[in-house]
Design a binder for this molecule. Structure first.
Ligand code: F6R
Length: 260
């Protein structure tokens, strides 16, 4: 099962996860980091930027984004290519040629999934995958019903996800209907999954993903099939977990050698 770590705040999660990533990139400078967008990973990227300023070097590391909107104009500030550039590539000093985001241009969209899978395979695979979770239970943009065997492909966003993400756009109408996302099968190939969630709005999805039945109706529950998963949540996102007392007990008694 997953290791569940309950922290006081998103900032505390940012420090914890960034410590781990910084340690990993110092051990393996060519680390392949799987990155999420949206608001959840922002505290991690901010904390990593501070570490970069103190000398942690990301210039030889690789990054692969989980997903991208289809059909936004080149350079649109809310395209995940632009978000990754702004939040990760520039502040952390990644080499832009080592940062990969699925190609969301309409032209050639039929082969975009295959091309992304080929790039992932050529990289040797993701070492550490950061994940957020949507209120629909999606990870990446794998909405309910996504196959556990799926690879990178075009998906249709649910109306719920479009409404949730409208806060990044001028209006709901501007939120694309389609996206390209790594599949659940793609995500499950990463060597270590780290799922983060903050706030009461995520409590239901987290409880279902961590403790609910494994079902395509709640795509985040796919994490239960992976051998190495760390879930980092604040108190509010943890509030519906049935076994939270046990998770706290396990953390309090965790052997120091185990690490994350
Ligand atoms: C983003 C992604 C999504 C988000 C999820 C939560 O790359 O893959 O699964 O992680 O929609 O979004 P936030 O963090 O904005 O609540």
């Amino acid at each position: 099962m997953a290791e569940v770590i309950i922290v006081d705040s998103a900032e505390a999660a940012g420090r914890l996860v960034s410590d781990h990533i910084a340690e990993q990139v110092q051990i393996a400078p060519e680390l392949v980091l799987g990155v999420a967008t949206g608001s959840t990973p922002v505290p991690v990227y901010r904390a990593l930027a501070q570490r970069q300023a103190r000398g942690v070097d990301f210039s030889r590391a690789f990054a692969f984004a989980l997903d991208e909107y289809v059909g936004l104009p080149d350079g649109h500030p809310e395209s995940y290519r632009a978000v990754i550039d702004r939040e990760l590539t520039q502040p952390l000093g990644f080499d832009p040629t080592r940062v990969n985001v699925p190609d969301g241009r309409v032209e050639g969209i039929e082969t975009t999934g295959e091309r992304y899978e080929a790039a992932l395979l050529a990289s040797g695979g993701v070492d550490l995958q950061l994940l957020g979770i949507g209120t629909t239970g999606h990870i990446g943009f794998n909405e309910p019903g996504s196959s556990f065997g799926s690879f990178t492909r075009v998906k249709t966003l649910t109306e719920q996800t479009r409404a949730d993400n409208a806060r990044f756009f001028g209006s709901l109408d501007e939120v694309p209907i389609h996206c390209v996302t790594q599949g659940l099968g793609t995500i499950l190939r990463a060597r270590h999954l780290m799922l983060l969630a903050f706030g009461e709005g995520k409590a239901k999805a987290i409880a279902a993903a961590v403790e609910g039945p494994v079902t395509a109706s709640l795509p985040g529950s796919a994490i239960q099939l992976h051998a190495h998963v760390t879930v980092v949540v604040d108190e509010a996102a943890a509030s519906r977990l049935k076994h939270s007392d046990y998770y706290r007990w396990a953390q309090a008694n965790k052997p120091a050698w185990q690490g994350l």
